[in-house]
Design a protein around this ligand. Sequence first.
Ligand code: MN
Length: 382
Amino acid sequence: MTNRLRIFDTTLRDGLQSPGIHPVTLEGRVAIGLKLAEMGVDIIEAGFAIGGKLDYDTIATLAQKGLDATVCSLARTKRDDIEAAGNALKAARSGRIHTFISTSPLHMEHKLRLAPDAVLQAAIDGVKLARSLSDDVQFSLEDYTRTEREFSYKVIEAVINAGATTINLPDTVGYSTPDDYAELIAGVVNNVPNIDKAVISTHCHNDLGLAVANSLAGAQAGARQIECSINGIGERAGNAAMEEIVMAMRVRRDRMKLETGVRTEYFMAASELVQDLTGMAVQRNKAIVGANAFAHESGIHQHGVGKNRETYEIMTPESVGQKKSAITLGVTSGRDGLRRKMEELGYTLQKEQIDKLYPLFMDEAAKGRVTDAKLKELAAKL
Ligand code: MN
């Protein structure tokens, strides 16, 4: 099995379904899509073509850009949905129709009001129609992690026979744990006779804070596509964060032995673009792209990083597009951190000057955050 894993980004589809975000215009959506393509993302899910003009236009505009990335539209198994997706993708160098239907007893009975056999037939018919419009067809079993296993094997085998080339196994409600999800995927690998004809994909939600861990567990069990989003945005608690997945694979290549084509030095720019356009800021301690991800405040850590960054950093800030390790000062900082910070601000201070400045700084730090302006003011008194 190949160790090259495809990154499928759903920032523009699931991500923009995040509650409470700013509406993002066509121009903004296209800017995000172009950034994703520039970063080397394999598949860009640009929207749900039947869902409205904005989604349709985003898909159609990106399809016309001649991107190396595959442009994808979501579609239910209904004829109108699939035809709208096919039309929106017409100009794409590489276009994918992603069709889906729920397969869990709960969803089939209460949401779809369909018997399992009718769901199976809708899946087969949807995939066949999609294949008549595109060679690249993905099928998702919505609410897969609450689907009966034997039924899921039957559906997967049938849709692969109908022409699906990627099978997505979503943890739609964020219910799985890593060992559980890995076991489910291993079950598919071992029980679906024609599974070698399709790529298995993950789509994990973060309701229990496990979206990234579950996605990686899925990849270890045989998935070769991961669906994810920039900053982990998406329905409810969000999707798996692309920057965390890709950096985990890169930093721990020794364990995971998987590779992606993503240019990681673009992460910060992509994160900021999505934060600006959606109005949804990431928390300071967000992994990879948060303001604190490469910042050090305690004296012991500042001293270590000052000598050798590897003492407290497992990757470089430059590798993810953050400018450099930031020295922030607070009550746990020491004289060495203060000296380095003053150097950043353009002051070369002697030991005696630091000894004099340090207690003044500590008095300020006890009251709250010490700004650069305050440090300059204190230095002027030396
Ligand atoms: Mn989702």
